[in-house]
Design a protein. Structure first.
Length: 250
């Protein structure tokens, strides 16, 4: 599968944008402090992070530190740094750039949730209303199970209480999927084979898990749908109340 165009553009911008900004500041570098130059480069990192993802942001932070060193520290046009203060500024630029890139990526994810369609919002509201008047927590668990089948277009879904047995793939709280001993790229690789667990947790308290079977040949639902699924599972956890002790193998 091809990389999404937006992410590809962001990766290119991660290399070129800090370079262009650092180069543009060369004519005025004698009149600017290194701190101000670093702050301008951080703005470029934020712009790239908002356009792409956290990986593009991290690459932009590294690129910004390199081009700051190359164009704005003595000796110029060299990756060698002589002054201790310049070294500290370059390191701080990299660290701050990395931190800002992660925050920008997080903000982008939250923005996606805020802009989710009315259908998802209505689904969450309806489930919350159902939970308020449900006769038992099991009714809420079943209602959430049905909603998960629809929002994630699943072939099957069941709820398990008790011990966390086995090592299935897992839908995480941020909408990503993890597979034991493997880095899984959900957007490129699609759903992993077999059942995928979604833990019903609230405030770190485990209540059970939904074991989900994706529909064969179906695409991966967008991030906002996966985050809605996580929120639905949390509603089930809230309905189940206080957790019972479980033994976890992972």
């Amino acid at each position: 599968m091809r990389m999404p165009l937006r992410d590809a553009v962001a990766l290119v911008a991660a290399v070129l944008a800090p370079f262009a900004v650092a180069l543009a500041l060369v004519p005025v570098r004698d009149g600017m402090t290194h701190t101000n130059v670093a702050l301008v480069l951080v703005v470029a990192v934020v712009a790239v992070s908002a356009l792409g993802n956290r990986y593009a942001g991290a690459l932009a932070a590294l690129s910004a530190a390199v081009w700051f060193d190359f164009f704005h520290t003595l000796p110029y046009e060299s990756l060698h740094i002589e002054g201790r203060g310049d070294i500290e500024t370059a390191v701080l630029l990299l660290v701050v750039g990395l931190a800002v890139s992660q925050l920008a990526a997080r903000a982008r994810m939250l923005r996606v949730v805020a802009l989710t369609d009315a259908g998802h919002l209505e689904r969450l509201h309806e489930t919350a209303r159902f939970a308020r008047f449900a006769a038992s927590p099991d009714d809420v668990v079943e209602q959430v199970r049905r909603e998960l089948v629809e929002v994630l277009e699943l072939r099957a879904c069941r709820f398990e209480r008790g011990s966390l047995l086995g090592h299935p793939a897992r839908l995480e709280q941020d909408g990503s999927v993890t597979v034991p001993q493997w880095v899984w790229d959900l957007d490129r690789q699609g759903w992993p084979e077999g059942e995928i667990e979604l833990r019903a947790t609230l405030g770190g308290s485990y209540q059970g898990r939904y074991m989900m079977t994706p529909t064969a040949g179906a695409g991966v639902p967008p991030l906002e749908a996966r985050l809605v699924a996580v929120t639905l599972a949390a509603q089930a956890a809230a309905a189940l109340g206080e957790p019972s002790p479980v033994s976890s193998r992972h």
